[in-house]
Design a protein around this ligand. Sequence first.
Ligand code: ADP
Ligand code: GN1
Ligand code: MG
Length: 367
Amino acid sequence: MDHIVDIKKSVEALDKFDIGKKIIGCVPYGSGHINNTFLVTSVTDDKKTHQYILQKVNRNVFRHPDQVIANIEKVTEHLMGKVENPKRNTLNLIKSKDGKNYCITSDSEYWRMYRFIDNSLCLDAPRNTDDFYESAIAFGQFQQYLSDFDATQLYEVIRDFHNTPKRYEAFLEAVKKDPIGRAKDVQDEIKFVMDREEFTHVLLDSYASGKLPLRVTHNDTKINNVMLSAEGKALCVIDLDTVMPGFSVTDFGDAIRFGANTAAEDEKDLSKVNLDLNLYEIFTKGYIKGCNNALTETELEFFPEGAKMMTFECGMRFLTDYLLGDTYFKTNYPEHNLDRCHTQFKLVECMEKHWQKLKDISMEAAK
Ligand code: ADP
Ligand code: GN1
Ligand code: MG
């Protein structure tokens, strides 16, 4: 239903962008979960077609869409000065008729438009290990190109997004409140989190002591936020909504959490859930290569902490949401968040078991 309303509104939005050509199509596009995305096709007088991506910013997730767009403007402008092909190696915002990088429709929604990166692939899952490697190259290059960008210039569009100690406090609060009486049935899971309270501070403490630098981070480092060329080579990183100041190791870690799991995030059979050490190594190599010496020794050393932090934090967020009655993550059945929490905790255990191996992999790859 929402989508039908949005299709109508997309026509209003389209009229506000300056593409100076006749629009011949505007259809829902892609499999993203956050924004409503449309593929727009236009034709010029000499019958050449052009394509664009039109998106409505999700205001439930992003309370300040103007800040989201301001971050994307700054980051894409910086990337354009670095990459080989500015039209294909970064997102290109299209200006509105009044010269802005977005428009607002009569229902107060924010829309923005990008040049469509054609002759490319956007995969929901890697077809093979090469695809995973190339996604690591893309995220690594993103980090490399932005390593001289002052991250404090960016808005924190979701406050304390990866502040794990704060997430821990929110978890304790949820246990205390226990609004729908679920806590009694998840005592083992609660203990699992509490046993690791000390770990939640590791990255922030290292930042406070000057060991970890503040970086520009992407914060949604899944393969479907990477464009590959038709030949499967890294082209660029997309979906820049959650770009914020943060730590490189959490971008690395979130990609591992999702991409090096041998099973789905909500797999019920935990015997199928494991950390694929081969994929871990492949991503590590690709990320380090993409970063091209932009990372410090400490960052390389902290890759395993980044992977464990993202996985632990995500499991804790699923558990918190389960305790609070499933108000944040979309769920398809009552135990969905709990199933997700279990897969993440199983992965945390795998990481703890192979800790030295994970450390060795980064050190080897960095040589
Ligand atoms: P979401 O936040 O909903 O995941 P994305 O910005 O990732 O939204 O866009 C959704 C999908 O649209 C992507 O997975 C990709 O397939 C496609 N897409 C987005 N931007 C472009 C672009 N500039 N060129 C080609 N395809 C794009
Ligand atoms: C959410 O739905 P998706 O993949 O865009 C969440 C991430 C979690 C992820 C877990 C803004 O991302 O932080 O890791 O779910 N994004 C937000 O599946 O909260
Ligand atoms: Mg996306």
